[in-house]
Design a protein around this ligand. Structure first.
Ligand SMILES: Cc1cc2nc3c(=O)[nH]c(=O)nc-3n(C[C@H](O)[C@H](O)[C@H](O)COP(=O)(O)OP(=O)(O)OC[C@H]3O[C@@H](n4cnc5c(N)ncnc54)[C@H](O)[C@@H]3O)c2cc1C
Ligand SMILES: NC(=O)c1ccc[n+]([C@@H]2O[C@H](COP(=O)([O-])OP(=O)(O)OC[C@H]3O[C@@H](n4cnc5c(N)ncnc54)[C@H](O)[C@@H]3O)[C@@H](O)[C@H]2O)c1
Length: 474
């Protein structure tokens, strides 16, 4: 029988879970378990490599916008292999270095394998190592959904975020399935790099969960850059196809019409599910929500089926979170970090104002209530809404902006920002002062007029949006 190794702290998952180890743990024994690539999703096949691909892809896709400004620029090609190798030449050594650091740490032990619970506070790895811990942190993340109703998703031309950035060559035709974050970023990325992209979505707009105007505008702009097929349900991926295609994506329209799309690569981006179902939680008292997320309280302590804290078990990141965002996982990791070290002065995770951005061209950024949600919650007369087009500001003129805008929603009585939604260049950066105001309870009029806004920077879009919702004398 395998001997049991006992640790002060056991961490399942090396994404945000890997950031828990402060000097506090230097004289204690810690086990880090990860069966996937060390460093988790964001580093290896999520946020970071996608943005490293999107940056050159965005620039390569700029020719149309520049021609309207009198610049006749031609992109004669992108070197996919060079871009891929640069990205992973930076990322892979970070992942390898992190794994080595944990494997060789004086007080850390790395188990580079998957593990599941075999007792309330006992784990067994795939090779049979048995591990117990005084404290266990479940940070095992999420994985892509491969809908069972679509046949052929095991075809070699089908990829998810896990491998879509490590292809041997740029596909001539890329068919992207889904209309959310990953699908839209993947479509922008392959389009910018020079692939012929078709994005297929079940609903009538891309980024459907965003403010309606944002979703509508993004869908229109994306549809001008690459092919967007809406209101179609994917039924199958078949082998081979027209013009030497590796595969054919088969869809059905709302009237039952069948459509067929030849593809050299198919990217599936139809949501992500928490990995809790792989952990044999039945051996524990850990409770899960209907969608399999682990149930935690604000301190990130895991709860049992009666809502009681299970002492010594914590969870953070995608496996418990409805947000599935890295900045949320990081905040939750800081909560766990503090609470493990300071049980007498625990802190709560603050999820009141969670922002998100989609790093497409145009970028999208959001925080707080959408216009529809605000009206629903407060009533139409109680909220002031301003949709400020980039094209009505000086920098917008410089850019030749057309559809891009920032929409702010302010409560009239409270003079507080309820939400902001931006579609346009630098949206993820422009939204930051709004996050600051919401987090630190700065009134909308004070944010608008109580500071300088650099002229004629793009931030004047945000300033003017705010000025459209508040009463300021001068
Ligand atoms: C393509 C893509 C782009 C993204 N872009 C952004 C972005 O721009 N901004 C943003 O905020 N968020 C982005 N995200 C989301 C972000 O990556 C995740 O929210 C974040 O990485 C979650 O971190 P985590 O620590 O919860 O999980 P992960 O980083 O996924 O770590 C979980 C780890 O647990 C391991 N594991 C799982 N099961 C077991 C087991 N049984 N035993 C041992 N180990 C196990 C896995 O191998 C994995 O390494 C993106 C995601 C994707 C897929
Ligand atoms: N920039 C970022 O912050 C960023 C980037 C990528 C991913 N992420 C995170 O990763 C999470 C997962 O991303 P995602 O794009 O996979 O999920 P998502 O929830 O954003 O989008 C899922 C898409 O798949 C579609 N879909 C789901 N099931 C389907 C089915 N059976 N048939 C047809 N269509 C179906 C949905 O309609 C939707 O368009 C996001 O929620 C986000 O939090 C963030």
């Amino acid at each position: 029988m395998a001997e049991t190794a006992h640790y002060d702290l056991v961490i399942i998952g090396s994404g945000s879970g890997n950031s828990l180890l402060t000097p506090y743990w230097d004289d204690k024994n810690v086990a880090s378990i990860d069966g996937g690539i060390f460093g988790g999703t964001c580093l290896n096949n999520g946020c970071i490599p996608t943005k490293m691909f999107l940056y050159p892809a965005d620039h390569a896709a700029m020719t149309d916008r520049l021609s309207a400004l009198g610049v006749d620029m031609e992109v004669t090609g992108t070197d996919y292999a060079a871009i891929r190798d640069r990205v992973f030449g930076i990322i892979d050594p970070i992942s390898e270095g992190g794994a080595e650091y944990r494997a060789n740490g004086e007080h850390t032990t790395l188990y580079p394998e998957y593990a599941h619970f075999t007792g309330p506070k006992e784990l067994t790895t795939d090779s049979g190592a048995v591990i117990t811990g005084d404290q266990i942190v479940i940070a095992a993340g999420s994985r892509p959904v491969l809908p069972a109703e679509i046949s052929g998703l095991d075809h070699p031309a089908v990829h998810t975020n896990v491998d879509m950035m490590r292809l041997s060559d740029l596909p001539r035709r890329t068919v992207v399935l889904g209309g959310g974050f990953i699908a839209s970023e993947a479509a922008a990325m392959f389009h910018g790099l020079g692939s012929e992209v078709t994005q297929i979505n079940r609903s009538a707009t891309l980024l459907r969960a965003f403010d309606h105007d944002v979703s509508q505008t993004f869908t229109e702009v994306a549809g001008k850059a690459w092919t967007v097929q809406l209101a179609q349900q994917v039924t199958a991926v078949e082998d081979g196809g027209d013009d030497g295609a590796a595969a054919t994506v088969v869809t059905e329209g709302s009237d039952g019409t069948e459509y067929r799309y030849p593809a050299d690569a198919v990217i599936v981006a139809m949501g992500r599910v928490p990995n809790s179902d792989t952990l044999n939680l039945a051996a524990t008292d850990v409770a899960t929500h209907d969608d399999d997320r682990i149930v935690v309280n604000d301190f990130q302590q895991v709860l049992d089926k009666h809502g009681k804290v299970i002492e010594g078990i914590w969870s953070l990141g995608d496996i418990n979170s409805e947000y599935q965002l890295k900045h949320v996982s990081n905040l939750e990791a800081r909560t766990v970090m503090n609470n493990l070290e300071n049980p007498d002065s625990m802190v709560r995770s603050d999820h009141r104002f969670v922002p998100a951005a989609v790093f497409t061209q145009p970028q999208v950024a959001t925080v707080g209530l959408t216009e529809a949600e605000a009206i629903d919650q407060y009533g139409a007369d109680a909220v002031a809404v301003k949709k400020q087009y980039y094209r009505d500001t000086a920098y917008g003129w410089a850019m030749g902006a057309e559809e891009e805008f920032a929409k702010v929603i302010v409560s009239k009585a409270g003079n507080r920002i309820l939400g902001m939604h931006i579609v346009g260049e630098q949206a993820a950066t422009l939204i930051q002062p709004i996050l600051t105001a919401m987090q630190f309870d700065i009134p909308a009029d004070k944010l608008a007029r109580g500071q300088y806004w650099i002229h004629p920077a793009l931030t004047e879009v945000v300033e003017n949006a705010l000025l459209g919702t508040v009463d300021v004398p001068y």
